[in-house]
Ligand binder design. Structure first.
Ligand code: FAD
Ligand code: EPU
Length: 343
């Protein structure tokens, strides 16, 4: 087994933060897992599992072992008239997987195009975009319990999916290595979802009357490319905060003061509002402190203009959080996983 020492993670996190891990291992072969776990246990190593690095902010060098998931493979495990069951290994790139499915005319994840990262991470925060979440097509996943070395299957119910949330962000946090994910996708009678934002309008503009999977995918790709910064050009991890879900009274009070505040019905009569709107209204859009900044087209996205440290970005996030709380009485929760050296 080949471990790298003092390994730079700069190109393995989309914020482009220049930190090092004491030890680094790229997990390509699933058969290496028992020996890897043995090493972790016998040397009492702190470890961190890294996927595509698109939802993490490293604030220190990592004192321990970073295990980068690079397990590959896609398998058609079941098929009937209406559906396919597709299993993908955790290290498959999510966007490649979406393209592969749409290319095969398998429907259900086309709205989740251009989300960076790995397939294996998709259930962690129940990735979502443009009216669809991974839970909508999810069947199960296989994960290794790191303490016992046992492999466990988690059904949709076991995963306790919520908005940007799952068992793996709560009780299961840091305890499992997700190895593969299985989804159920449609082969015909696809459910085309163009209800979010300007998707249907954009499709109509192109003169498309009955959009197929690739029409939806291409349209959402175009919209996303305009709004969101490309990590290859400017470091970021997508939305830094979650959209807050408020009780109806609190929302109504804000609506009285700010009639244009966006509101979307959420569970139990609550209202989800847009963190990006609150941050913009509070004057932060395009703001910059050294190389740490707020994107000028999407205030929910914090960016690294070059050589910002993780701590500088975190400090900016904390200022924004405090300021939004003072002005609107809304407490923003971070979506990005903050990784210090001592996990
Ligand atoms: P990483 O950042 O590597 O890891 C995230 C967390 O998952 C870490 O805690 C890590 O330890 C854990 N983890 C990773 N792999 C495993 C594994 N195999 N087993 C156990 N734990 C694991 N997200 C959305 O939901 N919707 C969006 O529309 C969206 N748009 C984005 C746009 C941009 C430009 C960017 C940069 C990010 C966006 N994101 C979005 C966030 C991000 O892409 C997703 O959360 C993605 O699923 C993260 O995957 P990753 O492999 O990069 O995870
Ligand atoms: N808005 C503003 N100003 C801004 C940004 C947004 O006023 O600077 C307003 C918009 O005008 C719109 C509303 O906020 O009324 C929603 O904006 P948008 O459609 O851009 O989506 P979002 O709520 O900011 C969420 C997800 C994204 C996902 C999109 C599309 C969260 C935390 N973020 O963003 O996910 O791609 O919807 O579904 O739920 C991510 O998680 O990393 C991510 C990018």
């Amino acid at each position: 087994m080949k471990f790298k020492k003092n390994f730079s993670l700069k190109h393995l996190n989309t914020f482009g933060i220049n930190v090092k891990s004491e030890l680094f291992y790229e997990l390509i072969d699933i058969n290496d897992l028992p020996a890897l776990l043995k090493k972790v246990k016998s040397e009492n190593l702190r470890y961190f599992i890294l996927g595509g690095g698109s939802n993490v902010l490293f604030i220190d060098d990592f004192n321990g072992l970073v295990i980068r998931i690079a397990l590959k493979g896609i398998e058609l495990i079941d098929k009937n008239d209406k559906y396919v069951h597709v299993k993908a290994m955790a290290g498959e790139n999510w966007e490649d997987f979406v393209s592969f499915c749409v290319h095969n005319d398998w429907g259900g994840i086309e709205n989740l195009t251009l989300i960076p990262g790995n397939v294996g991470t998709s259930p962690m925060q129940n990735i979502g975009a443009y009216g669809v979440e991974i839970k909508d097509t999810f069947i199960d996943l296989q994960a290794l319990e790191l303490e016992t070395g046992k492999i466990r299957t988690f059904t949709k119910e076991d995963c306790q999916f919520g908005y940007r949330d799952s068992f793996f962000k709560n009780k299961g946090n840091g305890k499992y290595l997700i190895m593969s994910v299985t989804l159920r996708l449609t082969r015909k009678e696809h459910v085309i979802n163009t209800t979010y934002g300007s998707v249907s309008e954009e499709i109509e503009k192109q003169g498309i009357k009955q959009p197929g999977l690739s029409d939806v995918m291409e349209t959402i790709r175009r919209i996303r490319r305009i709004k969101l910064p490309d990590p290859a050009e400017i470091g970021n991890a997508g939305s830094f905060f979650k959209n807050p879900v408020l009780d109806a009274g609190h929302f109504q009070k804000l609506k009285n003061d700010y009639p244009k505040i966006p509101g979307f019905p959420a569970e139990s009569g609550r209202i989800k509002t847009a963190a990006g709107w609150l941050i913009e209204k509070d004057g932060w859009k395009g703001h910059r402190e050294g190389d740490a900044g707020v994107h000028d087209k999407q205030a929910l996205v914090l960016v690294n203009h070059g050589n910002a440290s993780g701590r500088a970005i975190l400090s900016l996030a904390q200022k924004i959080k405090k300021s939004v709380e003072n002005r609107f009485g809304v407490s923003l929760e971070m979506e990005v996983n903050i990784i210090d050296g001592k996990i």
